[in-house]
Design a protein around this ligand. Sequence first.
Ligand code: FAD
Length: 415
Amino acid sequence: MRYFDINLDLNEDDLALKDAARKFAEQEMRPVAAELDRLSAEEVVADNSPLWTFLAKAYSLGYHKLLLPDCYGGLGLTPLQISLVLEELGWGSFGLSVQLAVGSFPFYLVCMSGNEELIEKFVTPYCNCTDGSIRGCWGITEPEHGSDTLAAGEEYFSSPAMKGSVRGRIEGDELVINGQKSAWVSGGTIATHTMLHLQIEPEKGFAGSGVCIVPLDHPGVSRGKPLEKLGQRDLNQGEIYFDDVRIPLSHLLVNPDFYVPTLDTILAAANLCMANWSIGLSRAAFEEALNYCRERVQGGRPLIEHYTTKQRLFQMFARVETQRALTRAATNLNFSINPPIVEYSLAAKIQSTELAFANADDAIQLLGGNGLTREYLTEKLFRDARATLIEDGSTETLARHGGHLLMEEYPKRLD
Ligand SMILES: Cc1cc2nc3c(=O)[nH]c(=O)nc-3n(C[C@H](O)[C@H](O)[C@H](O)COP(=O)(O)OP(=O)(O)OC[C@H]3O[C@@H](n4cnc5c(N)ncnc54)[C@H](O)[C@@H]3O)c2cc1C
Protein backbone atom coordinates (compact mmCIF):
# COMPACT_ATOMS: atom_id res chain seq x y z
CA MET A 1 0.00 0.00 0.00
CA ARG A 2 1.23 3.50 -0.77
CA TYR A 3 2.11 5.30 2.45
CA PHE A 4 -0.46 7.98 3.03
CA ASP A 5 0.36 10.97 5.19
CA ILE A 6 0.31 14.68 4.44
CA ASN A 7 3.63 15.17 6.29
CA LEU A 8 6.59 14.34 4.07
CA ASP A 9 9.04 14.80 6.90
CA LEU A 10 8.19 11.70 8.96
CA ASN A 11 11.43 9.90 9.89
CA GLU A 12 11.87 6.20 10.65
CA ASP A 13 11.13 6.63 14.36
CA ASP A 14 7.94 8.56 13.60
CA LEU A 15 6.76 5.90 11.18
CA ALA A 16 7.59 3.06 13.59
CA LEU A 17 5.65 4.76 16.41
CA LYS A 18 2.70 5.43 14.13
CA ASP A 19 2.62 1.84 12.86
CA ALA A 20 2.92 0.38 16.36
CA ALA A 21 0.08 2.62 17.58
CA ARG A 22 -2.02 1.63 14.60
CA LYS A 23 -1.55 -2.09 15.34
CA PHE A 24 -2.36 -1.52 19.01
CA ALA A 25 -5.48 0.44 18.05
CA GLU A 26 -6.63 -2.24 15.64
CA GLN A 27 -5.79 -5.35 17.66
CA GLU A 28 -6.32 -4.20 21.25
CA MET A 29 -8.51 -1.10 21.32
CA ARG A 30 -11.18 -1.78 18.71
CA PRO A 31 -12.31 -5.20 20.02
CA VAL A 32 -12.32 -4.14 23.70
CA ALA A 33 -14.09 -0.85 22.93
CA ALA A 34 -16.82 -2.71 21.02
CA GLU A 35 -17.31 -5.07 23.96
CA LEU A 36 -17.36 -2.30 26.58
CA ASP A 37 -19.77 -0.21 24.50
CA ARG A 38 -22.45 -2.86 24.99
CA LEU A 39 -22.00 -3.20 28.75
CA SER A 40 -23.67 -1.14 31.47
CA ALA A 41 -21.53 1.55 33.11
CA GLU A 42 -21.25 -0.69 36.21
CA GLU A 43 -20.17 -3.69 34.13
CA VAL A 44 -17.48 -1.64 32.35
CA VAL A 45 -15.59 -1.39 35.66
CA ALA A 46 -16.59 -4.75 37.21
CA ASP A 47 -13.79 -7.11 38.24
CA ASN A 48 -14.27 -9.33 35.19
CA SER A 49 -14.37 -6.44 32.69
CA PRO A 50 -12.00 -6.59 29.70
CA LEU A 51 -11.07 -2.99 30.61
CA TRP A 52 -8.46 -4.25 33.08
CA THR A 53 -6.60 -6.52 30.67
CA PHE A 54 -6.71 -3.71 28.12
CA LEU A 55 -5.18 -1.24 30.59
CA ALA A 56 -2.48 -3.70 31.60
CA LYS A 57 -1.55 -4.20 27.95
CA ALA A 58 -1.57 -0.45 27.26
CA TYR A 59 0.60 0.30 30.30
CA SER A 60 3.05 -2.48 29.47
CA LEU A 61 3.57 -0.78 26.11
CA GLY A 62 3.95 2.67 27.70
CA TYR A 63 0.81 4.30 26.26
CA HIS A 64 -0.09 5.72 29.68
CA LYS A 65 2.99 7.97 29.71
CA LEU A 66 3.15 9.27 26.19
CA LEU A 67 2.57 12.88 27.26
CA LEU A 68 5.29 12.77 29.92
CA PRO A 69 8.90 13.92 29.41
CA ASP A 70 11.64 11.27 29.25
CA CYS A 71 13.69 12.98 31.99
CA TYR A 72 11.00 11.83 34.47
CA GLY A 73 10.38 8.39 32.95
CA GLY A 74 7.88 9.33 30.24
CA LEU A 75 8.23 8.49 26.56
CA GLY A 76 9.64 11.92 25.66
CA LEU A 77 7.93 12.01 22.27
CA THR A 78 8.25 14.99 19.94
CA PRO A 79 5.07 17.05 19.42
CA LEU A 80 4.64 15.50 15.96
CA GLN A 81 5.04 12.00 17.38
CA ILE A 82 2.44 12.76 20.06
CA SER A 83 0.10 13.88 17.31
CA LEU A 84 0.71 10.76 15.20
CA VAL A 85 0.15 8.38 18.11
CA LEU A 86 -2.93 10.17 19.48
CA GLU A 87 -4.54 10.07 16.04
CA GLU A 88 -4.09 6.31 15.84
CA LEU A 89 -5.43 5.80 19.37
CA GLY A 90 -8.44 7.99 18.57
CA TRP A 91 -9.05 5.79 15.54
CA GLY A 92 -9.05 2.75 17.86
CA SER A 93 -11.40 4.19 20.50
CA PHE A 94 -12.02 7.74 21.64
CA GLY A 95 -13.15 6.67 25.12
CA LEU A 96 -10.20 4.40 25.86
CA SER A 97 -7.84 7.10 24.55
CA VAL A 98 -9.30 9.56 27.06
CA GLN A 99 -8.96 7.01 29.85
CA LEU A 100 -5.25 6.57 29.10
CA ALA A 101 -4.40 10.26 28.68
CA VAL A 102 -6.49 11.68 31.50
CA GLY A 103 -4.95 8.98 33.67
CA SER A 104 -1.64 10.78 33.26
CA PHE A 105 -2.87 14.33 33.98
CA PRO A 106 -2.01 14.47 37.71
CA PHE A 107 1.47 13.16 36.94
CA TYR A 108 1.86 15.56 33.99
CA LEU A 109 1.17 18.49 36.32
CA VAL A 110 3.61 17.19 38.92
CA CYS A 111 6.26 17.06 36.15
CA MET A 112 5.39 20.67 35.25
CA SER A 113 5.85 21.72 38.88
CA GLY A 114 9.45 20.46 38.76
CA ASN A 115 9.16 19.44 42.45
CA GLU A 116 11.70 16.60 42.66
CA GLU A 117 10.25 15.17 45.87
CA LEU A 118 6.76 14.89 44.37
CA ILE A 119 8.15 13.56 41.09
CA GLU A 120 9.88 10.78 43.03
CA LYS A 121 6.74 10.11 45.07
CA PHE A 122 4.12 10.18 42.30
CA VAL A 123 5.59 10.27 38.78
CA THR A 124 8.23 7.56 39.14
CA PRO A 125 5.82 4.83 40.33
CA TYR A 126 3.32 5.88 37.65
CA CYS A 127 5.89 5.68 34.86
CA ASN A 128 7.15 2.33 36.18
CA CYS A 129 3.64 0.92 36.42
CA THR A 130 3.09 -1.83 33.85
CA ASP A 131 -0.22 -3.31 35.02
CA GLY A 132 -2.58 -0.32 34.88
CA SER A 133 -2.98 -0.19 38.65
CA ILE A 134 -2.06 3.52 39.02
CA ARG A 135 -4.62 5.71 37.26
CA GLY A 136 -5.19 9.44 37.45
CA CYS A 137 -8.16 11.64 36.66
CA TRP A 138 -8.89 15.34 36.15
CA GLY A 139 -11.37 16.77 38.66
CA ILE A 140 -12.46 20.19 37.49
CA THR A 141 -16.19 20.07 36.62
CA GLU A 142 -18.61 20.43 39.53
CA PRO A 143 -22.32 19.69 39.80
CA GLU A 144 -23.11 23.43 39.88
CA HIS A 145 -20.28 24.58 37.60
CA GLY A 146 -19.40 23.16 34.19
CA SER A 147 -18.52 25.88 31.69
CA ASP A 148 -18.03 28.30 34.61
CA THR A 149 -14.86 26.49 35.63
CA LEU A 150 -13.25 27.10 32.22
CA ALA A 151 -14.46 30.65 31.61
CA ALA A 152 -11.32 32.46 32.78
CA GLY A 153 -11.95 35.33 30.35
CA GLU A 154 -15.41 36.15 31.74
CA GLU A 155 -15.91 38.80 34.41
CA TYR A 156 -17.98 36.45 36.54
CA PHE A 157 -15.02 34.05 36.81
CA SER A 158 -13.48 36.38 39.42
CA SER A 159 -16.73 37.20 41.19
CA PRO A 160 -17.13 36.18 44.87
CA ALA A 161 -20.62 35.04 43.80
CA MET A 162 -18.92 32.06 42.08
CA LYS A 163 -18.95 29.60 44.94
CA GLY A 164 -16.99 26.46 44.15
CA SER A 165 -18.37 23.09 45.20
CA VAL A 166 -14.90 21.89 46.22
CA ARG A 167 -13.08 24.09 48.75
CA GLY A 168 -9.59 23.87 50.19
CA ARG A 169 -8.63 25.31 53.58
CA ILE A 170 -5.01 25.71 54.58
CA GLU A 171 -4.34 24.61 58.18
CA GLY A 172 -0.66 24.79 59.09
CA ASP A 173 1.16 22.48 56.72
CA GLU A 174 -2.01 20.71 55.60
CA LEU A 175 -4.68 21.32 52.98
CA VAL A 176 -8.17 20.30 54.11
CA ILE A 177 -10.56 19.48 51.25
CA ASN A 178 -14.35 19.36 51.27
CA GLY A 179 -16.94 19.09 48.50
CA GLN A 180 -17.89 17.20 45.39
CA LYS A 181 -16.73 16.94 41.76
CA SER A 182 -19.32 16.14 39.12
CA ALA A 183 -20.27 12.81 37.59
CA TRP A 184 -18.36 13.87 34.46
CA VAL A 185 -14.91 13.18 35.87
CA SER A 186 -13.43 10.70 33.38
CA GLY A 187 -12.13 7.67 35.20
CA GLY A 188 -13.64 9.17 38.38
CA THR A 189 -14.81 5.94 39.98
CA ILE A 190 -11.64 3.97 39.18
CA ALA A 191 -8.85 6.53 39.58
CA THR A 192 -6.18 6.16 42.25
CA HIS A 193 -5.15 9.85 42.08
CA THR A 194 -6.79 13.06 40.98
CA MET A 195 -5.55 16.38 39.69
CA LEU A 196 -8.03 18.39 41.70
CA HIS A 197 -9.13 22.00 41.08
CA LEU A 198 -10.39 23.55 44.31
CA GLN A 199 -11.36 26.99 45.53
CA ILE A 200 -8.95 28.32 48.16
CA GLU A 201 -9.66 32.07 48.19
CA PRO A 202 -13.44 32.24 47.61
CA GLU A 203 -13.47 36.04 47.64
CA LYS A 204 -11.75 35.88 44.22
CA GLY A 205 -14.33 33.50 42.73
CA PHE A 206 -12.83 30.77 40.56
CA ALA A 207 -9.72 32.93 40.07
CA GLY A 208 -9.00 32.11 43.72
CA SER A 209 -8.59 28.42 42.94
CA GLY A 210 -5.62 26.10 43.08
CA VAL A 211 -4.74 22.63 41.80
CA CYS A 212 -3.40 19.78 43.91
CA ILE A 213 -2.69 16.09 43.54
CA VAL A 214 -4.74 13.87 45.83
CA PRO A 215 -4.18 10.13 46.25
CA LEU A 216 -7.72 8.81 46.41
CA ASP A 217 -7.11 6.22 49.11
CA HIS A 218 -7.17 9.01 51.73
CA PRO A 219 -9.78 8.78 54.52
CA GLY A 220 -12.75 10.99 53.62
CA VAL A 221 -12.74 10.23 49.87
CA SER A 222 -15.76 8.46 48.41
CA ARG A 223 -17.13 7.88 44.91
CA GLY A 224 -20.42 8.00 43.05
CA LYS A 225 -21.86 5.39 40.72
CA PRO A 226 -20.47 4.99 37.20
CA LEU A 227 -22.41 7.27 34.84
CA GLU A 228 -24.56 5.92 32.00
CA LYS A 229 -24.24 8.02 28.86
CA LEU A 230 -24.82 8.19 25.10
CA GLY A 231 -21.29 8.08 23.69
CA GLN A 232 -17.79 7.02 24.79
CA ARG A 233 -19.46 4.33 26.87
CA ASP A 234 -16.10 2.59 27.18
CA LEU A 235 -14.93 5.57 29.28
CA ASN A 236 -15.76 5.37 32.98
CA GLN A 237 -17.17 8.47 34.63
CA GLY A 238 -18.36 9.36 38.12
CA GLU A 239 -18.39 11.73 41.07
CA ILE A 240 -15.69 12.06 43.70
CA TYR A 241 -16.61 13.33 47.18
CA PHE A 242 -14.23 14.86 49.72
CA ASP A 243 -15.12 14.96 53.39
CA ASP A 244 -12.40 16.68 55.45
CA VAL A 245 -9.66 15.10 53.37
CA ARG A 246 -6.26 16.18 54.68
CA ILE A 247 -3.22 16.19 52.43
CA PRO A 248 0.22 17.77 52.93
CA LEU A 249 0.26 21.38 51.72
CA SER A 250 3.22 20.43 49.49
CA HIS A 251 0.70 18.57 47.29
CA LEU A 252 -0.75 21.93 46.26
CA LEU A 253 0.88 22.23 42.84
CA VAL A 254 -0.67 25.53 41.79
CA ASN A 255 -1.75 28.29 44.18
CA PRO A 256 -4.25 31.06 43.37
CA ASP A 257 -1.51 33.47 42.18
CA PHE A 258 -0.74 31.18 39.24
CA TYR A 259 -4.14 29.62 38.77
CA VAL A 260 -5.44 31.41 35.67
CA PRO A 261 -2.33 30.94 33.48
CA THR A 262 -2.04 27.30 34.63
CA LEU A 263 -5.70 26.66 33.84
CA ASP A 264 -5.05 27.91 30.32
CA THR A 265 -1.95 25.72 29.99
CA ILE A 266 -3.89 22.63 31.11
CA LEU A 267 -6.77 23.50 28.79
CA ALA A 268 -4.37 24.02 25.87
CA ALA A 269 -2.87 20.54 26.35
CA ALA A 270 -6.22 18.81 26.97
CA ASN A 271 -7.82 20.44 23.93
CA LEU A 272 -4.94 19.31 21.72
CA CYS A 273 -5.50 15.71 22.82
CA MET A 274 -9.18 16.09 21.90
CA ALA A 275 -8.26 17.55 18.50
CA ASN A 276 -5.81 14.74 17.72
CA TRP A 277 -8.14 11.90 18.76
CA SER A 278 -10.85 13.51 16.66
CA ILE A 279 -8.69 13.13 13.55
CA GLY A 280 -8.57 9.39 14.21
CA LEU A 281 -12.31 9.21 14.80
CA SER A 282 -12.98 11.18 11.64
CA ARG A 283 -10.64 8.97 9.61
CA ALA A 284 -12.39 5.89 10.98
CA ALA A 285 -15.74 7.27 9.78
CA PHE A 286 -14.28 8.04 6.36
CA GLU A 287 -12.80 4.55 6.04
CA GLU A 288 -16.03 2.86 7.11
CA ALA A 289 -17.94 4.84 4.48
CA LEU A 290 -15.36 4.21 1.79
CA ASN A 291 -15.31 0.46 2.37
CA TYR A 292 -19.07 0.24 2.44
CA CYS A 293 -19.49 2.26 -0.75
CA ARG A 294 -17.11 -0.07 -2.57
CA GLU A 295 -19.30 -3.08 -1.70
CA ARG A 296 -22.87 -1.82 -1.70
CA VAL A 297 -24.54 -1.94 -5.10
CA GLN A 298 -27.44 0.35 -5.94
CA GLY A 299 -28.60 1.38 -9.41
CA GLY A 300 -26.65 -1.60 -10.76
CA ARG A 301 -23.25 -0.23 -9.69
CA PRO A 302 -21.26 0.06 -6.43
CA LEU A 303 -22.20 3.26 -4.60
CA ILE A 304 -18.66 4.53 -5.05
CA GLU A 305 -19.18 4.71 -8.81
CA HIS A 306 -21.99 7.21 -8.43
CA TYR A 307 -20.88 10.79 -8.88
CA THR A 308 -22.44 12.30 -5.75
CA THR A 309 -21.00 9.52 -3.56
CA LYS A 310 -17.50 10.24 -4.82
CA GLN A 311 -18.04 13.90 -4.09
CA ARG A 312 -19.20 13.19 -0.54
CA LEU A 313 -16.33 10.79 0.14
CA PHE A 314 -13.86 13.34 -1.11
CA GLN A 315 -15.29 15.94 1.26
CA MET A 316 -14.82 13.45 4.10
CA PHE A 317 -11.19 12.90 3.10
CA ALA A 318 -10.69 16.68 2.91
CA ARG A 319 -12.11 17.11 6.41
CA VAL A 320 -9.59 14.62 7.85
CA GLU A 321 -6.69 16.43 6.18
CA THR A 322 -7.99 19.82 7.36
CA GLN A 323 -8.12 18.46 10.89
CA ARG A 324 -4.58 17.12 10.55
CA ALA A 325 -3.17 20.34 9.15
CA LEU A 326 -4.47 22.60 11.92
CA THR A 327 -4.13 20.11 14.77
CA ARG A 328 -0.57 19.04 14.00
CA ALA A 329 0.49 22.66 13.60
CA ALA A 330 -1.17 23.64 16.90
CA THR A 331 0.31 20.58 18.66
CA ASN A 332 3.74 21.39 17.34
CA LEU A 333 3.41 24.98 18.52
CA ASN A 334 1.92 24.47 21.95
CA PHE A 335 3.94 21.40 22.98
CA SER A 336 7.10 23.32 22.02
CA ILE A 337 6.59 26.61 23.87
CA ASN A 338 5.70 27.69 27.38
CA PRO A 339 3.30 29.35 27.96
CA PRO A 340 1.21 28.04 25.06
CA ILE A 341 -0.74 30.29 22.70
CA VAL A 342 -4.03 28.95 23.92
CA GLU A 343 -6.25 30.15 21.06
CA TYR A 344 -4.52 27.73 18.67
CA SER A 345 -5.43 24.77 20.89
CA LEU A 346 -9.00 26.02 21.22
CA ALA A 347 -9.30 26.51 17.45
CA ALA A 348 -7.89 23.02 16.79
CA LYS A 349 -10.28 21.39 19.29
CA ILE A 350 -13.34 23.20 18.02
CA GLN A 351 -12.58 22.62 14.33
CA SER A 352 -11.39 19.04 14.67
CA THR A 353 -14.34 17.87 16.80
CA GLU A 354 -16.87 19.57 14.53
CA LEU A 355 -15.29 18.08 11.40
CA ALA A 356 -15.19 14.63 13.03
CA PHE A 357 -18.86 14.94 13.94
CA ALA A 358 -19.66 15.93 10.34
CA ASN A 359 -17.77 12.86 9.08
CA ALA A 360 -19.53 10.54 11.52
CA ASP A 361 -22.85 11.98 10.36
CA ASP A 362 -21.96 11.60 6.67
CA ALA A 363 -20.76 8.04 7.22
CA ILE A 364 -24.18 7.09 8.60
CA GLN A 365 -25.88 8.74 5.62
CA LEU A 366 -23.69 6.83 3.17
CA LEU A 367 -24.40 3.52 4.89
CA GLY A 368 -28.13 4.20 4.84
CA GLY A 369 -30.17 2.20 7.37
CA ASN A 370 -27.19 -0.04 8.09
CA GLY A 371 -25.30 2.98 9.40
CA LEU A 372 -27.77 3.25 12.27
CA THR A 373 -27.40 -0.35 13.42
CA ARG A 374 -25.04 -1.83 15.94
CA GLU A 375 -23.68 -4.11 13.23
CA TYR A 376 -21.61 -1.22 11.92
CA LEU A 377 -19.05 0.95 13.66
CA THR A 378 -20.60 4.18 12.32
CA GLU A 379 -23.30 4.19 14.99
CA LYS A 380 -20.70 4.16 17.80
CA LEU A 381 -18.50 6.72 16.06
CA PHE A 382 -21.48 9.07 15.81
CA ARG A 383 -22.29 8.75 19.51
CA ASP A 384 -18.62 9.13 20.49
CA ALA A 385 -18.22 12.20 18.26
CA ARG A 386 -21.34 13.83 19.72
CA ALA A 387 -19.79 13.80 23.18
CA THR A 388 -16.65 15.61 21.98
CA LEU A 389 -18.62 18.80 21.29
CA ILE A 390 -19.17 19.12 25.07
CA GLU A 391 -16.17 17.28 26.53
CA ASP A 392 -13.26 19.41 27.82
CA GLY A 393 -15.36 22.52 27.26
CA SER A 394 -18.40 22.93 25.02
CA THR A 395 -17.70 24.37 21.60
CA GLU A 396 -19.46 27.61 22.55
CA THR A 397 -17.60 28.06 25.83
CA LEU A 398 -14.23 27.44 24.22
CA ALA A 399 -15.06 29.80 21.37
CA ARG A 400 -16.06 32.53 23.84
CA HIS A 401 -12.81 32.01 25.73
CA GLY A 402 -10.85 32.10 22.46
CA GLY A 403 -12.68 35.30 21.56
CA HIS A 404 -11.63 36.93 24.84
CA LEU A 405 -8.01 35.92 24.31
CA LEU A 406 -8.05 37.25 20.75
CA MET A 407 -9.57 40.56 21.76
CA GLU A 408 -6.70 41.01 24.20
CA GLU A 409 -3.90 39.82 21.95
CA TYR A 410 -4.83 40.21 18.30
CA PRO A 411 -5.02 44.02 18.16
CA LYS A 412 -1.39 44.10 19.42
CA ARG A 413 -0.36 42.04 16.38
CA LEU A 414 -1.90 44.66 14.11
CA ASP A 415 0.00 47.59 15.65
C1 FAD B 1 -17.30 12.60 27.59
C2 FAD B 1 -16.98 13.68 28.59
C3 FAD B 1 -15.82 13.59 29.35
C4 FAD B 1 -15.55 14.56 30.32
N1 FAD B 1 -14.43 14.43 31.11
C5 FAD B 1 -14.23 15.28 32.14
C6 FAD B 1 -13.14 15.08 33.04
O1 FAD B 1 -12.30 14.20 32.88
N2 FAD B 1 -13.04 15.90 34.12
C7 FAD B 1 -13.93 16.90 34.37
O2 FAD B 1 -13.79 17.57 35.37
N3 FAD B 1 -14.95 17.14 33.50
C8 FAD B 1 -15.13 16.36 32.40
N4 FAD B 1 -16.18 16.56 31.54
C9 FAD B 1 -17.07 17.69 31.78
C10 FAD B 1 -17.03 18.75 30.70
O3 FAD B 1 -15.83 19.45 30.72
C11 FAD B 1 -18.28 19.63 30.89
O4 FAD B 1 -19.39 18.80 30.55
C12 FAD B 1 -18.24 20.85 30.05
O5 FAD B 1 -17.31 21.76 30.53
C13 FAD B 1 -19.62 21.53 29.99
O6 FAD B 1 -20.15 21.71 31.27
P1 FAD B 1 -21.65 21.25 31.60
O7 FAD B 1 -21.84 19.90 31.05
O8 FAD B 1 -21.89 21.48 33.03
O9 FAD B 1 -22.56 22.23 30.74
P2 FAD B 1 -22.98 23.73 31.14
O10 FAD B 1 -21.78 24.49 31.54
O11 FAD B 1 -24.13 23.72 32.06
O12 FAD B 1 -23.43 24.27 29.72
C14 FAD B 1 -24.69 23.91 29.15
C15 FAD B 1 -24.87 24.71 27.85
O13 FAD B 1 -24.87 26.12 28.16
C16 FAD B 1 -23.85 26.78 27.41
N5 FAD B 1 -23.29 27.84 28.28
C17 FAD B 1 -22.59 27.66 29.42
N6 FAD B 1 -22.20 28.84 29.91
C18 FAD B 1 -22.68 29.80 29.08
C19 FAD B 1 -22.60 31.23 29.04
N7 FAD B 1 -21.94 31.91 29.98
N8 FAD B 1 -23.20 31.87 28.00
C20 FAD B 1 -23.88 31.19 27.04
N9 FAD B 1 -23.97 29.83 27.03
C21 FAD B 1 -23.38 29.15 28.02
C22 FAD B 1 -22.83 25.73 27.04
O14 FAD B 1 -22.12 26.04 25.85
C23 FAD B 1 -23.72 24.49 26.85
O15 FAD B 1 -24.23 24.49 25.55
C24 FAD B 1 -16.44 15.64 30.52
C25 FAD B 1 -17.59 15.74 29.73
C26 FAD B 1 -17.86 14.78 28.77
C27 FAD B 1 -19.10 14.92 27.94
